[in-house]
Design a protein around this ligand. Structure first.
Ligand SMILES: *[C@@H]1O[C@H](CO)[C@@H](O)[C@H](O)[C@H]1NC(C)=O
Length: 432
């Protein structure tokens, strides 16, 4: 008896040897893999992870019917908390990738601390261009999850000479492990199915390159701006290039970190320096430092596309601050308000693209929703009659403060909004 494997004819005794070898691999190599992969990975030395503990969220009850309706402002709920308050906070260190949920956050001139300080970019004929979930093929970025680890002097491993401390902490980036084809790949798949092998890979990058670091500083295009940024390309593992669909050897992909000289001052609908004492700026956010959503407004949208997507998470819309209390779309008319006592300008409404069609938990892109639903009834701003609005773009009246879940929200002034577009009619920029 013989089997044909490719062009090879293998005799019965040969097959016996091969299956014997297979068993040796299975019995010998598997436990080794288990040992390598099951060892707990404690994270970068001398650091603590920023954000809520794994598996916890202030949005676990986001689908509760009670959030569909507003409640009176300036009142307290049954637990004595202000009825209008911050429900949840998120920072997105790596543009278009997973968010980090926080209980409290420092706010710096570019928005919530660490927000959009990093971005993936692809090299084209015109140089480096930022890439987002909007770009074809890049919806997989939804499953790339950054973690921020900051130096923790109370950790027994804390030592100022460590590279982790010199760089002010590290960002750990994890992404799904792809199994190669063939026997090895099958074994890896089995290992992942039984959770003996890690299903995700990870690597880390410095939060702030130290003085003597050798990362090139090169221009990268984002919308109409071309700030210079640290090129972390040398730190990207081959498996990440593969995960995003590129051949590692010829991949046009890199990771940028905003450079201190990076300044994307924003004008358009933002308050001016004469008014608030500084000109607002952003790192790799699209347009303004902070994005706010009202939970009741989102519930309204979610209810209208429930047939297509039964549980539409507010996380799809990637807000930094989610508030509860105001009735649906009250925020459309806010001009100035306070969060925990800090005055905030609502610069303009958030004009939506199709990015929320990507499910942050699976990376799947829905063909139509929620974009279709939004366009059907939320084209409400005379400044842009073709696109829908949901949420507000914010500029704080001070450059630095901190915001916490539970902070009270009070409206100071309401009025008209008229969105000013980034691009002139007919104007096109790369990557959008
Ligand atoms: C938010 O979530 C954290 C973590 O689960 C919890 O400790 C905290 O009490 C929650 N805050 C509110 C206001 O619900």
């Amino acid at each position: 008896m013989s089997w044909a494997i490719g062009s090879l004819e293998i005799s019965a005794s040969g097959a016996l040897i091969i299956s014997g070898l297979l068993w040796i691999v299975l019995i010998g190599v598997f436990p080794l893999l288990v040992l390598i992969n099951a060892s707990p990975s404690p994270g970068p030395k001398g650091c603590r992870r920023l954000g809520l503990p794994q598996g916890q969220s202030n949005l676990t009850d986001e689908y509760d019917q009670k959030y569909s309706e507003g409640v009176p402002s300036d009142t307290k709920d049954e637990n004595g908390q202000p009825a209008w308050r911050v429900k949840a906070l998120f920072t997105y260190p790596l543009k278009s990738c997973g968010g980090i949920e926080l209980q409290k956050s420092d706010v710096v001139p570019t928005g919530l601390k660490f927000d959009r300080q990093f971005a993936f970019a692809e090299e084209t004929a015109n140089g480096w261009n930022c890439r987002t979930l909007r770009n074809a093929g890049f919806q997989r970025m939804a499953l790339i999850h950054p973690e921020i680890w900051v130096p923790d002097p109370s950790s027994p491993d804390y030592d100022e000479r460590r590279p982790e401390m010199q760089s002010g902490g590290v960002m750990v980036i994890s992404y799904p492990r792809l199994a190669p084809l063939g026997l090895w790949g099958t074994m890896i798949k089995i290992g992942m199915t039984f959770r003996i092998l890690a299903t995700r890979r990870k690597f880390s990058v410095p939060l702030v390159p130290s003085q003597d670091s050798k990362y090139p500083v090169v221009p990268v295009s984002i919308w109409k701006d071309t700030p210079r940024a640290y090129d972390y390309g040398s730190l990207l593992p081959a498996s990440l290039h593969e995960y995003l669909g590129f051949k590692p050897s010829e991949s046009p992909l890199t990771l940028f970190r905003a450079h201190p000289s990076h300044s994307r001052e924003i004008f358009r609908n933002a308050p001016r320096k004469e008014q608030i004492g500084f000109q607002p700026s952003t790192a790799f956010a699209d347009a303004y430092p902070i994005h706010l959503l009202n939970l009741a407004s989102h519930r309204d949208v979610a209810a209208r596309c429930a047939a297509a997507i039964p549980r539409l998470s507010i996380r799809r819309f990637r807000a930094n601050i989610i508030v509860q209390g105001p009735e649906a779309f009250a925020e459309d008319h806010w001009k100035r308000f306070t969060i925990g006592g800090t005055e905030i300008h609502a610069a303009c409404r958030t004009v939506r693209c199709r990015l929320p069609n990507v499910d942050p938990d699976t990376g799947d892109r829905h063909k139509a929703e929620p974009d279709r639903t939004l366009k059907s009834y939320r084209r409400i701003d005379d400044g842009d009659r073709t696109n829908a609005c949901l949420g507000m773009q914010l500029v704080p009246s001070v450059e630095e403060f901190s915001v916490s879940v539970g902070d009270e929200v009070r409206v100071l002034e309401t009025g008209e909004h008229l969105y000013m577009k980034m691009l002139a009619p007919g104007e096109k920029v790369e990557g959008v």
